[in-house]
Design a protein around this ligand. Structure first.
Ligand code: CP
Length: 350
């Protein structure tokens, strides 16, 4: 049965995820090369719930809806009733009827999961403390567009440097799903395996990745020894202080990560002479990455990666909505009769 919501890429098969990538890639080419906008969500409304700030995710969703002929509504912190006087379940039932599709960036993963469970329309996870699945698809699209010569995605090695953020966990999920070699090079206490990522869900992150590897043939390595990044095609990092309530004091996180886990040109070249740099952004220049790397036009993919948020989100929106519509019957006779009744009233008043 088709998956209604996009909460976690682990809910989808490799083939389904690659279908979304092909949809993203084809629509990107149609728009960039021919100025052709596929109006697949004409007259449809996306409700966007943000409990946290956002630049790339918010703008990508809103622009993608415009591109597809639809409209997006923004609900910032404190602007709608969600989990206070009105339960999340009741809000989901109402919002999922008023909108055609919902997305939510939430403080707690269980809240976006509850929205999906009770909403009649599809729900997309715009990031939680557990994962960032729309970032995963933008990153996968970027890697596929920048494959080393002669390699397929499953031949590639992706090394994440630093703290086990939700982006790190998400990259492990998508890399293991694709059959890639995934590495986290990070200090003990901040590794996926040792509780570095405190999630509000009872899950074993590594077990999910290893299960994906059983099907895909991928591998997962987690280490504080830099030799683990040798041969990496893609070097990826994220901020060192995490998000939400995991934030640490400045001095403390610099002591933990600096200088060993800062991405420098020496680190890039140690991985390989053609390794590419990626970052979900926003970056803290001078901490997890230096200017020489992030601004390097030959090695840095992060601006292309930010643009690909929009292209991949456009595909996720279209994929989920059209898949849900596929099973619905259209009753043209009933619609004709309703239109005739409407026109009769309009004739009477006008
Ligand atoms: N990478 C990312 O999600 O960026 P925003 O927080 O700006 O949306």
């Amino acid at each position: 049965m088709a998956v209604k919501d996009y909460i976690d890429t682990n809910d989808f098969t490799k083939e389904e995820l690659l279908d979304m990538i092909e949809l993203a890639n084809s629509m990107k080419a149609m728009i960039k090369q021919g100025n052709r906008y596929p109006r697949l969500l004409e007259n449809k409304t996306l409700g966007m719930i943000f409990q946290q700030v956002s630049t790339r995710t918010r703008i990508s969703f809103e622009t993608a809806m415009t591109d597809l002929g639809g409209h997006a509504q923004f609900y910032g912190p404190g602007t709608i009733q969600l989990g206070g006087h009105e339960s999340i379940e009741d809000s989901a039932r109402v919002m999922g009827t008023l909108c055609d599709i919902l997305m939510a960036r939430v403080d707690r993963h269980k809240d976006v999961a509850a929205l999906a469970k009770y909403s009649p329309c599809p729900v997309i996870n715009g990031m939680s403390e557990f994962n960032h699945p729309t970032q995963e698809m933008g990153d996968l699209l970027t890697m596929i567009e920048n494959l080393p010569e002669g390699k397929k995605i499953e031949d590639c090695k992706l090394a994440f440097i630093g703290d086990a953020t939700q982006v790190c966990a998400s990259l492990m999920f998508i890399a293991s799903k694709m059959g890639m070699d995934f590495v986290q090079f990070g200090p003990k206490g901040h590794q996926i395996t040792d509780g570095g990522l405190q999630v509000d869900t009872d899950v074993d992150l590594l077990a999910i990745g290893l299960k994906n590897c059983e099907t895909s043939g991928g591998t997962i390595t987690i280490s504080d020894d830099i030799s683990c990044i040798e041969g990496a095609d893609f070097i990826y990092t994220d901020v060192w202080y995490g998000l939400y309530d995991q934030e640490e004091e400045g001095a403390s996180y610099m002591d933990v990560f600096y200088p060993k886990y800062q991405v420098t040109m020496d680190m890039m070249n140690y991985a390989g002479p053609n390794s590419k740099f990626m970052h979900c952004l926003p970056a803290t220049r001078g901490e997890e990455v230096v200017d020489e790397v992030i601004d390097n036009p030959e090695r840095s993919l992060c601006w292309e990666e930010a643009d690909n948020r929009k292209h991949s989100i456009r595909a996720i929106l279209a994929y989920l909505f059209l898949q849900q519509q596929a099973g619905k019957q259209v009753d043209e006779a009933a619609a004709d009769a309703a239109q005739a009744r409407m026109e009769a009233v309009l004739a009477k008043i006008g």
